[in-house]
Design a binder for this molecule. Structure first.
Ligand code: FMN
Length: 349
């Protein structure tokens, strides 16, 4: 049974999980409107995730998705971290600030977080999805035994094969156009940078699994194209960033919906993993320090967030992590329920 039938969706649409940007209010509004809302709990701990799941449940009785980061455990490397901070020091200084003395692992991978697993087994959300990799077979079996539907992101045929092998229910085909972090399992491996169109078609043909296309779709025409390629649904992130229910701040919204939305860049300088963001002062800085390898994800993100805070304190918003996909100029700010309704109408035309 496809995800659309199983969860009685009235439109083949998933609002992408967006850690730090999607909120329980956004997910609930989307689910109530007939699509599948998602929360991203990758950047919080078990207690934070529990509170978010409970809030979604207070707001809606419809199904929703909870997304986790399953990245490789980062390796702290004092010399590499010091060298990175040295590169950023002049920028901190330009805002009258010092870089942090040491960088921390600001959140754990789901693979290293038994408390998060226990919380998920307790609350049993209807859908759980994984980004950056897969948990162990034992963890997957435990989640499955609670009746949870499982999805995972692939950016390549190899990652898709691993997802199929693990017995995941559906695969999210994330193309290079997508906003936010690329779901690549190994950020240091060569990346073929497949587009959503090519990846979706390849995975439909090669895996035989339900494929959810993600990356660059902003309207009914985009979703229809993905369905034509054989996808069972489309996962849209950037389209939902300007919704009033998202946690995006004013400068991020203004940049995304203004001329800044026309230019996005893939960068690992902000967090330590490749991610697509609006071109801003941070991504421009990346061009200057590209020869220096950032600390492991998410250790580098500790520096990125500190730099954003230092700049913002001086009124400069250009160092924020303003994740966005290539379709950003097609964004339409409106409440989430209205966006879902609009997308459904466009699809039915
Ligand atoms: N994907 C995840 O699986 N987990 C996340 O926490 C996550 N955070 C994101 C944050 C933002 C602001 C954006 C724009 C995307 C994020 N993504 C995340 C990627 C989305 O799942 C999806 O692949 C992407 O939004 C699709 O491309 P689009 O932005 O062009 O619609």
């Amino acid at each position: 049974m496809s995800i659309v039938d199983r969860f009685r969706l009235t439109v083949p649409l998933i609002q992408a999980p967006m850690a730090g940007v999607s909120t329980p209010a956004l997910a609930a509004a989307v689910s109530d409107a007939g699509a599948l809302g998602s929360i991203g709990v990758g950047a919080t701990d078990a207690a934070g995730a529990r509170a978010m799941i409970e809030e979604v449940r207070r707001r809606t009785s419809r199904p929703f998705n909870v997304n986790l980061f399953v990245h490789a455990t980062p390796t702290a490397d004092a010399a590499r971290e010091a060298a990175w901070l040295e590169q950023l020091a002049p920028v901190f200084a330009s805002f009258g600030a010092e870089p942090p003395a040491v960088l921390r692992t600001i959140y754990r991978s789901f693979a290293d977080d038994p408390a998060m697993l226990q919380m998920l087994l307790d609350l049993a959300p209807p859908v759980v999805s994984f980004h950056f990799g897969l948990p162990s077979g034992d963890v997957l079996s435990a989640l499955r035994s609670r009746g949870i539907y499982l999805m995972a992101t692939a950016t390549s045929l190899e990652e898709a094969a691993a997802i199929k092998q693990a017995g995941i229910d559906a695969i999210v085909a994330q193309g290079i156009e997508a906003g936010g972090h690329r779901g690549v399992f190994d950020p240091h491996a060569p990346d073929d940078a497949l587009t959503t169109q090519v990846l979706t078609r390849l995975l439909v043909r090669d895996t035989g699994m339900p494929v959810i296309a993600a990356g660059g779709m902003m309207d009914g025409a985009g979703i229809a194209a993905a369905l034509d390629l054989g996808a069972v649904a489309a996962q849209l992130g950037t389209a939902f960033v300007p919704c009033p229910e998202s946690a995006a701040d004013g400068s991020y919204r203004a940049a995304l919906t203004g001329p800044g939305g026309r230019h996005t860049v893939l960068t690992a300088a902000i967090s330590g993993r490749p991610a697509r963001a609006l071109a801003n002062r941070f991504t421009a800085l990346d061009r200057k320090i590209r020869d220096h390898r950032p600390p492991d994800y998410p250790i580098a993100y500790d520096a990125g967030k500190a730099l954003h805070a230092a700049a913002r304190a001086q009124g400069e918003h250009g160092y924020g992590a303003q994740w966005a996909g290539q379709g950003a100029p097609l964004a339409r700010p409106m409440p989430a329920a209205e966006l879902v309704r609009t997308l459904r109408e466009e699809l039915e035309q």
